[in-house]
Design a protein around this ligand. Structure first.
Ligand code: NAP
Length: 318
């Protein structure tokens, strides 16, 4: 009888053992921070598949899905009644997170939360204007009372009240942009981080913009705040990485939402902008939501302090 199949089996066995040996020495169940998956089940399956040489085939799907699972996690997403925030809330709810739906408009929060619940998700409406300190405090306090500490914070809501020459911006518009786009994100982070420290970790995602990577005249102050958001996540990453708290940003190009409507509602203008993107189309909110999900979950467990550019290939296009 040919010894080939045995040699083949032995090669797989050795490869699997070497692969396992090259991984950190912690047991598989502790490598990721998903308390809801019974460790014994993972260890047994890992052992069985390693012994049988089928490790590559059998374990992968469930383990990969587990990296994205947010069961038992509470996710607070600001500005989640529409656009990128809503799409992100839907993605996190689909991954089993308890999501908080928030914006300035109470009826919208109720409606969107009800729609997510109808689709099988767990959503709680908590309205708040993030430019007001007392409402920010209420937002986190009510979340903690209803759902426990925040595991995932998505700082998504932002404003851009002025479009015009950079240095001509009125003081009140300048202060509002700084207050909503930077200060509120800092305050939210400051408020949720103690709970994350107690829980053994957490994830913060800040929605920045590609506007923050280039000089800008007409969108100058908005761009300034979006550049600051990229620095905010670097600072948070450095300060709280030791507590297993990750902070990352996402910098989208033009996404078809109400916020950017003026830039894409004219068909000819939208076509011209799309032409400057390698993928030849503008973004949709779901194009950003997948990255929020990745950064919020254990799939992004070793990523912190970065701002992901999601721009349809604009920044690499000649
Ligand atoms: N769309 C783009 O092309 C684009 C590109 C790059 C970056 N971004 C960034 O993406 C994020 C989301 O924008 P979007 O395009 O998805 O906007 P959107 O569709 O207009 O949604 C904005 C959300 O934020 C809420 N909101 C606005 N001001 C608020 C405040 N002071 N307090 C609490 N909630 C507030 C809005 O609800 P209410 O009005 O009812 O409060 C809404 O739920 C922003 O940070 C934006 O800078 C967008």
């Amino acid at each position: 009888m040919s010894r080939k199949p045995f040699r083949h089996f032995w090669a797989i066995w050795r490869a699997a053992s070497e692969d396992e040996a090259s991984l950190p020495s912690r047991p598989l169940s502790q490598r990721y921070h998903t308390p809801n998956v019974p460790p014994r089940k993972i260890e047994f399956r890992s052992w069985l598949t390693r012994c049988s040489g089928l490790r590559f085939i059998v374990t992968s799907r469930e383990e990969i899905m587990r990296l994205f699972d947010l069961s038992g996690k509470t996710a607070l997403i600001t500005g989640s009644t529409k656009g990128i925030g809503r799409a992100s809330a839907e993605a996190l709810a689909a991954a089993n997170a308890r999501v908080v739906i928030s914006s300035r408009t109470a009826e919208d929060c109720e409606r969107v939360a009800a729609e997510i619940r109808d689709a099988g998700g767990d959503a709680t409406p908590i309205p708040a204007n993030i430019s007001r300190d007392d409402e920010l405090e209420d937002l986190v306090k009510t979340t903690e009372e209803k759902l426990g500490p925040v595991d995932v914070l998505v700082c998504n809501a932002a404003v851009n009240p002025y479009h015009g020459p950079f240095l001509d911006i009125p003081d009140d518009a300048f202060e509002k942009t700084i207050r909503v786009n930077i200060r509120s994100n800092m305050r939210l982070a400051k408020r949720v981080i103690p709970g994350m420290q107690k829980a053994g970790g957490g994830a913060i995602v800040v929605i920045s913009s590609i506007a923050g990577f280039k000089g800008s005249d007409m969108l100058g102050t908005y761009a300034l705040t979006k550049a600051a958001d990229a620095q905010l996540v670097r600072n948070l990453a450095v300060c709280y990485g030791k507590d297993n708290i990750r902070a990352n940003g996402i910098a989208p190009a033009l996404v078809k939402t109400d916020f950017a409507r003026k830039l894409w509602e004219n068909e000819e203008r939208a076509r011209q902008v799309a032409e400057s993107y390698a993928l030849k189309r503008l973004g949709e909110p779901d194009d950003i939501a997948g990255a929020v999900h990745f950064l919020a979950s254990d799939a992004g467990a070793w990523m912190t302090g970065q701002t992901l550019i999601i721009d349809g290939g604009w920044s690499v296009y000649e």
